[in-house]
Design a protein around this ligand. Structure first.
Ligand code: ADP
Ligand code: MG
Length: 293
Protein backbone atom coordinates (compact mmCIF):
# COMPACT_ATOMS: atom_id res chain seq x y z
CA UNK A 1 0.00 0.00 0.00
CA UNK A 2 1.30 3.45 -0.82
CA UNK A 3 1.94 5.94 2.03
CA UNK A 4 -0.67 8.20 0.35
CA UNK A 5 -3.48 5.67 0.71
CA UNK A 6 -2.42 4.83 4.25
CA UNK A 7 -2.60 8.48 5.19
CA UNK A 8 -6.05 8.81 3.67
CA UNK A 9 -7.16 5.72 5.57
CA UNK A 10 -5.82 7.08 8.84
CA UNK A 11 -7.70 10.32 8.20
CA UNK A 12 -10.95 8.43 7.62
CA UNK A 13 -10.49 6.56 10.90
CA UNK A 14 -9.87 9.85 12.70
CA UNK A 15 -12.99 11.40 11.19
CA UNK A 16 -15.02 8.31 12.05
CA UNK A 17 -13.82 8.30 15.65
CA UNK A 18 -14.55 11.99 16.00
CA UNK A 19 -18.06 11.44 14.63
CA UNK A 20 -18.56 8.55 17.07
CA UNK A 21 -17.40 10.62 20.02
CA UNK A 22 -19.83 13.38 18.99
CA UNK A 23 -22.67 10.85 19.11
CA UNK A 24 -21.74 9.67 22.58
CA UNK A 25 -19.90 6.58 21.43
CA UNK A 26 -22.93 4.80 20.01
CA UNK A 27 -22.53 2.84 16.80
CA UNK A 28 -25.35 2.03 14.44
CA UNK A 29 -26.49 -1.39 13.36
CA UNK A 30 -29.02 -1.80 10.59
CA UNK A 31 -30.04 1.83 11.01
CA UNK A 32 -30.58 1.40 14.75
CA UNK A 33 -28.49 2.50 17.67
CA UNK A 34 -26.45 -0.36 19.04
CA UNK A 35 -24.72 -0.05 22.38
CA UNK A 36 -22.45 -3.05 22.03
CA UNK A 37 -21.87 -6.04 19.82
CA UNK A 38 -21.87 -9.74 20.55
CA UNK A 39 -20.70 -12.84 18.77
CA UNK A 40 -23.44 -15.18 17.63
CA UNK A 41 -22.77 -18.68 18.94
CA UNK A 42 -24.17 -21.24 16.48
CA UNK A 43 -27.09 -23.20 17.93
CA UNK A 44 -27.43 -20.94 20.95
CA UNK A 45 -30.39 -18.70 21.48
CA UNK A 46 -29.21 -15.31 22.68
CA UNK A 47 -31.79 -13.96 25.12
CA UNK A 48 -29.62 -11.28 26.70
CA UNK A 49 -31.86 -8.63 25.13
CA UNK A 50 -34.83 -10.05 27.02
CA UNK A 51 -36.63 -11.58 24.06
CA UNK A 52 -36.93 -15.14 22.90
CA UNK A 53 -39.14 -14.34 19.94
CA UNK A 54 -39.30 -11.16 17.95
CA UNK A 55 -41.54 -10.36 14.98
CA UNK A 56 -41.33 -7.03 13.23
CA UNK A 57 -43.58 -5.73 10.45
CA UNK A 58 -44.36 -9.21 9.17
CA UNK A 59 -46.82 -9.49 6.28
CA UNK A 60 -48.06 -12.33 4.12
CA UNK A 61 -50.72 -12.40 1.43
CA UNK A 62 -52.61 -15.35 0.01
CA UNK A 63 -53.96 -14.56 -3.47
CA UNK A 64 -53.88 -10.84 -2.72
CA UNK A 65 -55.53 -11.23 0.72
CA UNK A 66 -53.34 -9.96 3.56
CA UNK A 67 -53.65 -12.69 6.20
CA UNK A 68 -50.80 -11.11 8.23
CA UNK A 69 -50.42 -7.35 8.00
CA UNK A 70 -47.39 -5.59 9.48
CA UNK A 71 -47.51 -7.79 12.56
CA UNK A 72 -45.03 -6.93 15.31
CA UNK A 73 -44.75 -8.61 18.67
CA UNK A 74 -42.16 -10.06 21.00
CA UNK A 75 -42.07 -12.59 23.79
CA UNK A 76 -39.81 -12.65 26.84
CA UNK A 77 -37.92 -15.77 27.94
CA UNK A 78 -40.09 -17.88 30.24
CA UNK A 79 -43.20 -15.89 29.40
CA UNK A 80 -46.57 -17.49 28.78
CA UNK A 81 -48.24 -15.28 26.19
CA UNK A 82 -51.88 -15.76 25.31
CA UNK A 83 -53.14 -14.84 21.85
CA UNK A 84 -56.82 -14.27 21.25
CA UNK A 85 -58.80 -12.95 18.32
CA UNK A 86 -61.64 -13.72 15.92
CA UNK A 87 -61.52 -16.58 13.43
CA UNK A 88 -59.45 -15.61 10.44
CA UNK A 89 -57.40 -13.10 12.47
CA UNK A 90 -54.18 -14.82 11.39
CA UNK A 91 -53.30 -16.65 14.62
CA UNK A 92 -52.50 -19.99 12.98
CA UNK A 93 -50.76 -18.26 10.06
CA UNK A 94 -48.53 -16.43 12.56
CA UNK A 95 -47.50 -19.82 13.99
CA UNK A 96 -46.93 -21.10 10.44
CA UNK A 97 -44.53 -18.21 9.88
CA UNK A 98 -42.62 -18.68 13.15
CA UNK A 99 -42.18 -22.40 12.48
CA UNK A 100 -41.10 -21.95 8.85
CA UNK A 101 -44.19 -23.56 7.32
CA UNK A 102 -45.15 -20.31 5.61
CA UNK A 103 -42.69 -17.69 4.32
CA UNK A 104 -43.74 -14.10 4.92
CA UNK A 105 -43.57 -11.60 2.04
CA UNK A 106 -41.81 -9.12 4.30
CA UNK A 107 -40.71 -8.50 7.87
CA UNK A 108 -38.28 -9.90 10.37
CA UNK A 109 -38.66 -12.97 12.58
CA UNK A 110 -35.95 -13.63 15.16
CA UNK A 111 -35.41 -16.39 17.71
CA UNK A 112 -33.43 -14.67 20.43
CA UNK A 113 -31.54 -11.70 19.10
CA UNK A 114 -29.24 -13.52 16.69
CA UNK A 115 -31.17 -16.30 14.92
CA UNK A 116 -32.99 -15.08 11.83
CA UNK A 117 -35.73 -17.71 11.50
CA UNK A 118 -36.49 -16.72 7.91
CA UNK A 119 -33.19 -18.28 6.88
CA UNK A 120 -34.14 -21.75 8.12
CA UNK A 121 -36.34 -24.64 7.04
CA UNK A 122 -39.24 -25.97 9.09
CA UNK A 123 -37.25 -29.01 10.28
CA UNK A 124 -34.25 -26.88 11.26
CA UNK A 125 -36.47 -24.53 13.26
CA UNK A 126 -37.98 -27.47 15.15
CA UNK A 127 -34.44 -28.70 15.80
CA UNK A 128 -33.41 -25.33 17.23
CA UNK A 129 -35.99 -25.65 19.96
CA UNK A 130 -39.33 -24.34 18.71
CA UNK A 131 -42.01 -26.96 19.35
CA UNK A 132 -45.47 -26.72 17.90
CA UNK A 133 -48.75 -28.29 18.91
CA UNK A 134 -51.42 -28.26 16.21
CA UNK A 135 -55.11 -28.21 17.07
CA UNK A 136 -55.80 -31.92 16.54
CA UNK A 137 -53.89 -34.45 18.63
CA UNK A 138 -51.39 -36.39 16.51
CA UNK A 139 -50.18 -39.26 18.68
CA UNK A 140 -49.46 -42.79 17.49
CA UNK A 141 -52.68 -44.58 18.49
CA UNK A 142 -51.23 -48.11 18.21
CA UNK A 143 -48.33 -47.33 20.53
CA UNK A 144 -48.38 -47.03 24.31
CA UNK A 145 -47.95 -43.75 26.15
CA UNK A 146 -44.38 -44.77 26.97
CA UNK A 147 -43.57 -45.68 23.37
CA UNK A 148 -44.97 -42.40 22.10
CA UNK A 149 -42.73 -40.44 24.45
CA UNK A 150 -39.74 -42.61 23.61
CA UNK A 151 -40.36 -42.09 19.91
CA UNK A 152 -40.37 -38.31 20.43
CA UNK A 153 -36.75 -38.62 21.55
CA UNK A 154 -35.82 -40.73 18.55
CA UNK A 155 -37.26 -38.22 16.11
CA UNK A 156 -35.02 -35.62 17.73
CA UNK A 157 -32.13 -35.55 15.30
CA UNK A 158 -29.75 -34.50 18.04
CA UNK A 159 -30.11 -38.07 19.36
CA UNK A 160 -28.52 -40.65 17.03
CA UNK A 161 -31.12 -42.95 15.50
CA UNK A 162 -30.44 -46.60 16.11
CA UNK A 163 -32.25 -49.93 16.03
CA UNK A 164 -30.80 -50.57 19.45
CA UNK A 165 -32.10 -47.32 20.83
CA UNK A 166 -32.23 -47.43 24.61
CA UNK A 167 -32.94 -44.55 26.91
CA UNK A 168 -29.99 -43.53 29.00
CA UNK A 169 -30.63 -42.75 32.67
CA UNK A 170 -30.99 -38.99 32.12
CA UNK A 171 -33.54 -39.68 29.39
CA UNK A 172 -35.54 -42.13 31.49
CA UNK A 173 -35.56 -39.67 34.39
CA UNK A 174 -36.79 -36.98 32.03
CA UNK A 175 -39.46 -39.32 30.64
CA UNK A 176 -40.67 -40.15 34.16
CA UNK A 177 -40.77 -36.48 35.07
CA UNK A 178 -42.74 -35.61 31.93
CA UNK A 179 -45.19 -38.48 32.51
CA UNK A 180 -45.89 -36.96 35.89
CA UNK A 181 -46.19 -33.41 34.51
CA UNK A 182 -48.72 -34.46 31.86
CA UNK A 183 -50.77 -36.47 34.38
CA UNK A 184 -50.23 -39.77 32.56
CA UNK A 185 -47.99 -41.63 35.02
CA UNK A 186 -50.83 -44.10 35.70
CA UNK A 187 -51.35 -44.75 31.98
CA UNK A 188 -47.78 -45.41 30.91
CA UNK A 189 -48.56 -48.83 29.34
CA UNK A 190 -51.88 -47.83 27.84
CA UNK A 191 -52.29 -47.74 24.10
CA UNK A 192 -52.67 -44.08 23.10
CA UNK A 193 -55.78 -44.90 21.06
CA UNK A 194 -57.65 -45.63 24.30
CA UNK A 195 -56.87 -42.30 25.92
CA UNK A 196 -59.49 -39.55 26.19
CA UNK A 197 -59.21 -36.54 23.86
CA UNK A 198 -57.69 -34.49 26.68
CA UNK A 199 -55.17 -37.18 27.56
CA UNK A 200 -54.09 -37.42 23.92
CA UNK A 201 -53.49 -33.67 23.91
CA UNK A 202 -51.37 -33.98 27.06
CA UNK A 203 -49.44 -36.86 25.56
CA UNK A 204 -48.65 -34.78 22.52
CA UNK A 205 -47.48 -31.93 24.74
CA UNK A 206 -45.33 -34.52 26.57
CA UNK A 207 -43.85 -35.60 23.24
CA UNK A 208 -42.90 -32.00 22.54
CA UNK A 209 -41.41 -31.65 26.01
CA UNK A 210 -39.21 -34.72 25.41
CA UNK A 211 -37.38 -32.59 22.84
CA UNK A 212 -36.83 -29.91 25.48
CA UNK A 213 -38.07 -26.97 23.40
CA UNK A 214 -37.20 -23.43 24.41
CA UNK A 215 -40.36 -22.05 22.86
CA UNK A 216 -43.68 -23.88 22.60
CA UNK A 217 -46.49 -22.78 20.30
CA UNK A 218 -49.87 -24.22 21.18
CA UNK A 219 -52.88 -23.72 18.92
CA UNK A 220 -56.23 -24.03 20.74
CA UNK A 221 -54.97 -26.71 23.15
CA UNK A 222 -58.17 -27.01 25.24
CA UNK A 223 -60.69 -27.07 22.37
CA UNK A 224 -62.92 -30.13 22.86
CA UNK A 225 -61.69 -30.81 26.40
CA UNK A 226 -64.00 -31.37 29.37
CA UNK A 227 -64.00 -28.70 32.10
CA UNK A 228 -61.88 -30.91 34.32
CA UNK A 229 -59.35 -31.57 31.56
CA UNK A 230 -59.22 -27.85 30.81
CA UNK A 231 -58.44 -27.11 34.47
CA UNK A 232 -55.67 -29.68 34.54
CA UNK A 233 -54.26 -28.26 31.32
CA UNK A 234 -54.18 -24.82 32.94
CA UNK A 235 -52.19 -26.31 35.84
CA UNK A 236 -49.86 -27.99 33.36
CA UNK A 237 -49.20 -24.74 31.49
CA UNK A 238 -48.53 -22.89 34.73
CA UNK A 239 -45.86 -25.48 35.59
CA UNK A 240 -44.28 -25.09 32.13
CA UNK A 241 -44.15 -21.31 32.40
CA UNK A 242 -40.70 -20.14 33.44
CA UNK A 243 -39.01 -23.32 32.24
CA UNK A 244 -40.14 -22.76 28.66
CA UNK A 245 -41.55 -19.79 26.78
CA UNK A 246 -45.07 -20.42 25.58
CA UNK A 247 -47.39 -18.88 23.03
CA UNK A 248 -50.94 -20.11 23.52
CA UNK A 249 -53.81 -19.41 21.13
CA UNK A 250 -57.20 -19.99 22.75
CA UNK A 251 -60.85 -18.91 22.71
CA UNK A 252 -61.68 -20.24 26.19
CA UNK A 253 -61.72 -17.06 28.32
CA UNK A 254 -61.84 -18.77 31.71
CA UNK A 255 -58.79 -20.82 30.69
CA UNK A 256 -57.04 -17.63 29.53
CA UNK A 257 -58.01 -15.96 32.78
CA UNK A 258 -56.33 -18.74 34.78
CA UNK A 259 -53.06 -18.85 32.85
CA UNK A 260 -52.46 -15.40 31.36
CA UNK A 261 -50.15 -12.57 32.20
CA UNK A 262 -50.15 -10.58 28.97
CA UNK A 263 -52.82 -11.17 26.34
CA UNK A 264 -52.33 -10.08 22.73
CA UNK A 265 -55.43 -9.57 20.59
CA UNK A 266 -54.93 -10.25 16.89
CA UNK A 267 -57.32 -8.93 14.29
CA UNK A 268 -56.95 -8.67 10.51
CA UNK A 269 -53.39 -9.94 10.72
CA UNK A 270 -52.01 -7.44 13.22
CA UNK A 271 -52.06 -6.59 16.92
CA UNK A 272 -55.27 -4.80 17.88
CA UNK A 273 -54.62 -4.60 21.62
CA UNK A 274 -52.33 -5.96 24.29
CA UNK A 275 -52.42 -6.00 28.07
CA UNK A 276 -53.84 -7.99 30.95
CA UNK A 277 -57.03 -9.90 30.16
CA UNK A 278 -59.03 -7.31 32.13
CA UNK A 279 -57.48 -4.50 30.10
CA UNK A 280 -58.15 -6.05 26.69
CA UNK A 281 -61.65 -7.11 27.75
CA UNK A 282 -62.42 -3.49 28.57
CA UNK A 283 -61.07 -2.25 25.22
CA UNK A 284 -63.95 -1.01 23.05
CA UNK A 285 -62.28 -2.17 19.82
CA UNK A 286 -61.74 -5.66 21.20
CA UNK A 287 -65.37 -5.86 22.33
CA UNK A 288 -66.45 -4.72 18.88
CA UNK A 289 -64.49 -7.26 16.83
CA UNK A 290 -64.23 -10.22 19.14
CA UNK A 291 -65.90 -10.36 22.52
CA UNK A 292 -69.25 -8.98 21.45
CA UNK A 293 -71.57 -6.81 23.48
P1 ADP B 1 -57.02 -17.94 12.70
O1 ADP B 1 -56.11 -19.04 13.09
O2 ADP B 1 -56.80 -16.66 13.46
O3 ADP B 1 -58.47 -18.33 12.73
P2 ADP B 1 -55.78 -18.23 10.10
O4 ADP B 1 -54.37 -17.86 10.34
O5 ADP B 1 -56.10 -19.67 10.01
O6 ADP B 1 -56.72 -17.53 11.20
O7 ADP B 1 -56.27 -17.56 8.76
C1 ADP B 1 -56.12 -16.19 8.46
C2 ADP B 1 -56.67 -15.92 7.11
O8 ADP B 1 -55.76 -16.40 6.12
C3 ADP B 1 -57.99 -16.61 6.83
O9 ADP B 1 -58.79 -15.74 6.06
C4 ADP B 1 -57.59 -17.83 6.05
O10 ADP B 1 -58.63 -18.24 5.18
C5 ADP B 1 -56.38 -17.35 5.27
N1 ADP B 1 -55.39 -18.39 5.00
C6 ADP B 1 -54.63 -19.02 5.91
N2 ADP B 1 -53.79 -19.91 5.36
C7 ADP B 1 -54.03 -19.84 4.01
C8 ADP B 1 -53.47 -20.50 2.85
N3 ADP B 1 -52.49 -21.39 2.96
N4 ADP B 1 -53.97 -20.16 1.65
C9 ADP B 1 -54.94 -19.23 1.53
N5 ADP B 1 -55.49 -18.58 2.55
C10 ADP B 1 -55.06 -18.87 3.78
MG1 MG C 1 -56.48 -20.99 13.80
Amino acid sequence: MTPDLMEQGAKRVEQYQAALAAKGGNTESGGRAAGFSRLAIPGEVDITHGRILYLEDVSVSFDGFKAINKLSLDIAPGELRCIIGPNGAGKTTMMDIITGKTRPDEGRVFFGSTIDLLRYKESEIAQMGIGRKFQKPTVFEQLTVFENLELALKTNKAVPASMLFRLNSTQSDRLAEILHTIHLADSVSRQAGYLSHGQKQWLEIGMLLMQDPKLLLLDEPVAGMTDEETERTAELFLTLKGQHSLMVVEHDMSFINTISDIVTVLCDGSVLAQGTLAQVQADERVIEVYLGR
